[in-house]
Write a protein that binds this ligand. Structure first.
Ligand SMILES: [Zn+2]
Ligand SMILES: [Zn+2]
Length: 120
C-alpha cells in the first residue's frame, strides 16, 4: 500500500513537473516569438525608411538613434521622432510617450517623468 502511494505520488510529481516545464517553455517560446516579430517589424520599417541600409551590416543608419524603452510593454522596441507619435514595434502601435531630456527615461506623456519628479 505504501509502495503504491509512493509510486502514485511520484507520478503526480512528475506530471506536475512536466506541466510546469511545458508552461516555462511556452513562456520562453512566446517571448522569443514576440521578440522575433518585433525585430522583423523594425527591420521592415528601417528598410522602407532607409532603402540603402543593409541589415546584414551591423551598423545602424546614421540618421537612426536606435530604439528606446517602451513604457507600455517595457521592451526596447520604440522609436521616437520618425512617426507622428513614438511607435513601438513590440506593441505594434503608436505610444503617447516622450523621452525625458534630463534623464533619458521614456514615460507616458500624461504621467510625466517619474524619475525626475522624485528628484525634485
Ligand atoms: Zn511597447
Ligand atoms: Zn527624467
Amino acid at each position: 500500500m505504501f509502495f503504491v502511494e509512493d509510486v502514485l505520488k511520484k507520478k503526480l510529481d512528475d506530471d506536475l513537473e512536466s506541466k510546469l516545464l511545458r508552461n516555462i517553455q511556452n513562456i520562453v517560446f512566446e517571448y522569443e516569438e514576440r521578440y522575433w516579430i518585433a525585430s522583423h517589424r523594425l527591420e521592415k520599417w528601417m528598410n522602407e525608411s532607409w532603402p540603402t541600409w543593409k541589415p546584414e551590416e551591423t551598423n545602424l543608419p546614421e540618421q537612426f538613434n536606435g530604439t528606446v524603452d517602451c513604457p507600455e510593454c517595457n521592451q526596447t522596441w520604440m522609436v521616437i521622432g520618425y512617426h507622428d507619435k513614438p511607435f513601438c514595434f513590440h506593441c505594434n502601435t503608436t505610444i503617447d510617450a516622450e523621452e525625458c531630456e534630463d534623464c533619458g527615461i521614456t514615460y507616458f506623456t500624461k504621467d510625466g517623468c517619474a524619475y525626475c519628479e522624485i528628484e525634485e
